[in-house]
Design a binder for this molecule. Structure first.
Ligand SMILES: [Zn+2]
Length: 189
């Protein structure tokens, strides 16, 4: 293993992967929230058992080498603690567009669809200051959380632009039947 290895997929396939359902292992809640914001439907609960995850249909994303070895279906093993590399790797493997699009984004907390709503619908659900200074609101059809386009979008876009840059530097190589994903030179994890 090289210092540049940041992830491996237990199949040598062309990327992006043609995936169905995506399962994400516990401890990766940060990645789950980002993938949902980018519109990826993710199954996640911190209480999934390894036995269950070893057998589910779809793609499993995990940091657990033992689970990766036990896994019968497709699995992406993240080898780094660098969160930006987690996101860049998932964007590459899943072929996701790294930009926020309200029509596509899912609720980062529960994964349900978001609908754009007028101020009258959410006026009692957000602080008055937010109501008076923002115009675009989205309501989660699952958990009822309200989202608005605000100052945090600068940070979100900065992260996505960083992820785009990292994706451009990733390289993949096939070793046996494992696809190794590496960070670019000079960009170790
Ligand atoms: Zn929700």
């Amino acid at each position: 293993m090289s210092d540049l290895d940041i992830a491996m997929l237990n199949r040598c396939v062309e990327l992006p992967l043609r995936y169905g359902t995506v399962y994400v292992d516990s401890m990766l809640g940060w990645l789950v929230r980002w993938l949902r914001m980018l519109g990826v439907s993710v199954n996640y609960t911190p209480s999934f058992s390894d036995d269950y995850l070893a057998g589910v249909n779809g793609l499993l994303i995990t940091r657990d080498r033992n689970l990766f070895r036990l896994r019968r279906g497709e699995s992406l093993l993240l080898l780094t603690m660098n969160h930006e590399h987690w996101l860049a790797t998932a964007i590459l493997v899943l072929g996701v567009e790294p930009s926020i699009n309200g029509e596509r984004s899912l609720c980062p907390m529960c994964g349900s669809k978001l609908v754009r709503v007028g101020k009258d619908v959410i006026k009692n659900l957000v602080p008055p200051r937010v109501l008076s200074t923002h115009d675009e609101f989205w309501l989660c059809t699952g958990c009822g959380r309200v989202y608005w386009v605000g100052s945090h979008h600068g940070r979100i876009n900065a992260m996505l632009s960083r992820a785009r840059e990292l994706v451009g530097k990733l390289t993949v190589k096939c070793v046996g039947n494992t696809l190794i994903i590496q960070a670019g030179d000079g960009d170790p994890n």
